[in-house]
Design a protein around this ligand. Structure first.
Ligand SMILES: Cc1cc2nc3c(=O)[nH]c(=O)nc-3n(C[C@H](O)[C@H](O)[C@H](O)COP(=O)(O)OP(=O)(O)OC[C@H]3O[C@@H](n4cnc5c(N)ncnc54)[C@H](O)[C@@H]3O)c2cc1C
Length: 297
């Protein structure tokens, strides 16, 4: 079941980082429950599409599990869609657009899996995917299945208040019929704006920092004001098009990305007195590295 020394660079969108000491793919909840129980309480991590994960150059010592097979499904009904955690978010959003279901344009052009989107409460500044959840299902570290109501999930800005160890299996989302032309136009407009202002042609994790809010508004603005737009370290660059993106422009290492993050954070603090908080997940880093960029495990 568990493979060793599995490359994570090839499994993450950043294409950066060392191997996983142990890695396994589970095709259904029964296999997953057996896999989780085999870990006997050890801490583990769940990898979706790796669109929001930076892996350390040393790799990750915790076992990493990923989902596939029976957990990759989408079923649209009259006013809802059931999705497995391994299903692609672009497929879910594409179905909603094609079938003229309202309220899904905010996730247009967001890469990832449904499971990753539930963990990150993926979305825009105003709306997160938990705003569409009717119920979700997860598996605990002991292999038990739990049904979650959205009011018990405490979703926040790019976060959800559920145990880190829970592995999302599936969810039912609201998908009410809308006017086809209006739905299509909303999706097209969202995609146009995202592709125009963000960076899709180079490996990245999307926005590096959470928006600080208050008088400082968007993270890209303070990064820009701190003079970091376009900054380069090794093979990593804070992109000219969007100052909250750090792209892998060559053979970037995780150390390159971390250096740019730490430098940005220090400069933004000197300028504004606020410490930026990472939006991306950092795996395999030690506590000193994490604290240099304001992250916890
Ligand atoms: C170009 C670009 C644009 C982006 N735009 C946006 C945007 O507009 N809005 C936005 O919110 N994000 C955006 N992102 C970030 C990313 O797309 C989202 O965070 C997405 O939800 C990540 O999904 P994933 O499957 O890749 O998760 P991963 O990166 O694999 O994992 C992210 C987190 O989810 C956890 N996780 C994954 N699967 C599961 C599961 N089944 N159960 C429990 N935990 C799980 C992981 O352990 C990790 O903590 C963008 C990224 C890129 C590269």
């Amino acid at each position: 079941m568990w493979e060793s020394d599995v490359s994570l660079a090839s499994l993450t969108r950043y294409r950066i980082g060392g191997p996983a000491d142990r890695f396994a793919r589970f095709a259904n909840p029964v296999e997953l429950a057996a896999g989780l129980r085999s870990l006997e309480g050890a801490t583990y991590r769940v990898l979706g599409w790796g669109a929001n994960v930076l892996v350390s150059d040393r790799g990750v010592s915790e076992p990493i599990l990923s989902l596939s097979g029976d957990l990759d499904f989408l079923n649209l009904s009259a006013d809802a869609v059931d999705a497995g955690a391994a299903a692609g978010l672009p497929a879910l959003v594409g179905d909603a657009r094609r079938e003229a279901r309202t309220g899904w344009d905010f996730l247009e052009a967001v890469p990832g899996s449904v499971g990753g989107a539930l963990r990150m409460n993926a979305g825009s500044a105003e709306v997160g995917i938990w705003d569409r959840v009717l119920w979700a299902e997860a598996m605990t570290a002991t292999g038990d299945r739990v049904r979650i109501q959205p009011e018990d999930a405490s979703p926040g800005y790019r976060s959800v208040g559920l145990p880190e160890a829970w592995v999302f299996l599936a969810a039912r989302f609201s998908a009410l019929p809308g006017a086809p032309d209006a739905v299509n136009a909303a999706h097209a407009e969202r995609r146009r704006r995202k592709v125009q202002t963000q960076v899709y042609e180079l490996p990245s994790c999307g926005s590096i920092w959470k928006n600080p809010g208050g008088p400082y508004g968007s993270a890209w603005e303070v990064v820009d004001r701190a003079g970091m737009r376009g900054a380069v370290r090794g093979g990593a660059q804070i992109t000219e098009r969007h100052a909250n993106f750090i792209a892998n422009v060559g053979e970037a290492t995780a150390a390159d990305v971390l250096w740019l993050m730490a430098e940005t954070r220090r400069r933004v603090y000197d300028l504004t007195g606020i410490w930026l908080e990472p939006e991306i997940c950092l795996w395999g880093f030690d506590s000193e590295e994490l604290s240099s960029v304001g992250a916890v495990r």
